[in-house]
Ligand binder design. Structure first.
Ligand code: URA
Length: 210
C-alpha cells in the first residue's frame, strides 16, 4: 500500500475502534468513543506542526519556550459525518479555523455534487486538515480536496477513521501530495460503496438516524 498512508496503531485507538464497530454499541457510546478517538487521531495528524520560540516569564525566571508557528490551522469537515470527528479535534485545538464542504451523490452519474462550501480565509498559510470518518470510494474526499486546493490550501492532511484500499488508491492518484491518516485500513467495499467489515453508516450511527 502507498507510503502516503499512516495507520494509527496505538492500542487505545484500536480498542475504541473495535467498540465503535460493534452493532450493539449505542448512539451515545458511539458518539463518546468518536470524541475520544478523534483526540488521539488529532495528536497524530498534528505531529508535524511547526514550532517557534517565544520569551516567557515563569515564576522563577525568563525562558525561551516553544509555541506553534504561523497562522491557526484549518479544519474542514465533509458534511455530515465529518462533524463528529471534527468536534473532538476542536477540543484539542480550540483556536482552529473551521470550514464545511457539503456534497451529495448524483443518482445518475454517481459523481459528487457540491451543495455547500464555506472555507476559512488564507488557507495557503495554514495547515489544513480535512476530516471524514469513512474513506470509502474516495469520490467525495477527492472532490472536497479539489475545493480546498482551489481555495489555496497547500499543506493538507486527510484524516479518517476507516479507509478502504480503493479509497486510498483513488486519493493517492488524485492527490498524491496529501497524506492520509486513518485508524484502520479495511478489506474493501461492498456493491453499495460501504466499507467491509466497516462500522455501517457513520452518520446514521453518530446521529441516531436511519
Ligand atoms: N460512508 C459510511 O458512512 N460508511 C461506509 O461504510 C461508507 C461510506
Amino acid at each position: 500500500m502507498s507510503t502516503h498512508l499512516t495507520v494509527v496503531t496505538h492500542p487505545l485507538v484500536q480498542h475504541k475502534l473495535t467498540l465503535m464497530r460493534k452493532t450493539e454499541t449505542s448512539t451515545a457510546s458511539f458518539r463518546q468513543l468518536l470524541r475520544e478517538i478523534s483526540l488521539l487521531l488529532a495528536y497524530e495528524v498534528t505531529r508535524e506542526l511547526d514550532l517557534t520560540q517565544t520569551t516567557i516569564t515563569t515564576p522563577m525566571c525568563e525562558m525561551q519556550a516553544p509555541i506553534l508557528e504561523g497562522k491557526k490551522l484549518a479544519l474542514i469537515s465533509i458534511l455530515r459525518a465529518g462533524n463528529g470527528l471534527m468536534d473532538g479535534i476542536l477540543e484539542l485545538i480550540p483556536a482552529a479555523r473551521v470550514g464545511f464542504v457539503g456534497l451529495y451523490r448524483d443518482p445518475q452519474t454517481l459523481q459528487p455534487v457540491e451543495y455547500y462550501c464555506k472555507l476559512p480565509a488564507s488557507l495557503e498559510e495554514r495547515m489544513t486538515i480535512v476530516v471524514d470518518p469513512m474513506l470509502a470510494t474516495g469520490n467525495s474526499s477527492v472532490a472536497a480536496l479539489d475545493l480546498v486546493k482551489a481555495k489555496g490550501a497547500k499543506n493538507i492532511r486527510f484524516l479518517c477513521l476507516l479507509a478502504s484500499p480503493e479509497g486510498v488508491e483513488r486519493m493517492r492518484q488524485a492527490h498524491p501530495d496529501v497524506p492520509v491518516i486513518t485508524a484502520a485500513l479495511d478489506e474493501g467495499l461492498n456493491d453499495h460503496g460501504y466499507i467491509i467489515p466497516g462500522l455501517g453508516d457513520a452518520g446514521d450511527r453518530m446521529f441516531g438516524t436511519k
